[in-house]
Design a protein around this ligand. Structure first.
Ligand code: URA
Length: 231
């Protein structure tokens, strides 16, 4: 049932399970208490908060997020959100993971909850690549630490791919590819070395790169890109 709701584009499976637990989901007018209910989409009427589900066309978007936008639907303080950049999108789409307010770069959004869950689930190991400017020059040993994994408050990080791009007098620019996606992970990894992240850009998700997408703009993913991400 949670899968059915998420496929209808209402939210992730986790959200759907919490709605079921909260008694907000009905099948043929009867409240259900557990996600283990099978439905026949042709004949059963499923509703959330009394509103019937309709199946909607799947939409897969790629947004080049600028700095200063929150990855959230509504901000109680009225700050700008990524949805301010998506005017004109008829469907409610959900981000596959978050980028911090000050992080720029690629964000995938979709109304296909199963797809966004897959991208964000660490078990799927979808690689995400970031370009980082650190507040100090980092030694080869420090970059090796990032490669091998550093210990964060929520446990050690998985091995990562790290390439030094260049050093300036004060800073190191490097690329890092991680397969998790914990909260503020790259910033915290660099902090574990005693430095700070001054600039963070997500340049790649799986095989999808920024390419010619302009900052603040979005485009639909091609079918090949969608398929390439989930195998
Ligand atoms: N890691 C971070 O620290 N921040 C992001 O926005 C994404 C990954």
């Amino acid at each position: 049932m949670d899968r059915f709701i998420s496929q209808a584009g209402l939210g992730s499976r986790t959200e759907a399970r919490s709605w079921i637990g909260a008694g907000r989901v009905t099948v043929n007018g009867k409240k259900i208490q557990t996600p283990d209910v099978w439905v026949d989409p042709e004949h059963d009427r499923v509703a959330v908060d009394g509103r019937p589900l309709r199946s909607s066309a799947k939409l897969y978007l790629l947004l080049y997020k600028p700095k200063g936008y929150l990855t959230t639907y509504k901000d109680p303080e009225g700050r700008r959100t990524i949805y301010d950049l998506l005017g004109g999108i008829p469907e409610r789409v959900f981000p596959a993971g978050r980028l911090d307010q000050d992080t720029t770069g690629l964000l995938i959004l979709s109304n296909d909850g199963e797809f966004t869950d897959y991208i964000t689930n660490p078990d799927s190991k979808v690689p995400k690549t970031y370009l980082v400017k650190s507040s100090q020059r980092l030694s080869d040993e420090q970059l090796d630490q990032l490669r091998q994994g550093v210990v964060l408050s929520d446990g050690p990080t998985r091995p990562a791919l790290v390439n030094r791009v260049r050093d300036s007098e004060k800073y190191t620019f490097f690329e890092i590819t991680i397969t998790e996606g914990r909260n503020r992970q790259v910033r915290r990894m660099v902090e574990a070395l005693g430095a700070k992240v001054l600039k963070l850009v997500r340049t790649k998700i799986g095989n999808i790169e920024i390419g010619s997408l302009e900052i603040g703009k979005h485009r639909e993913l091609t079918l090949e890109e969608v398929k390439g991400l989930v195998i």
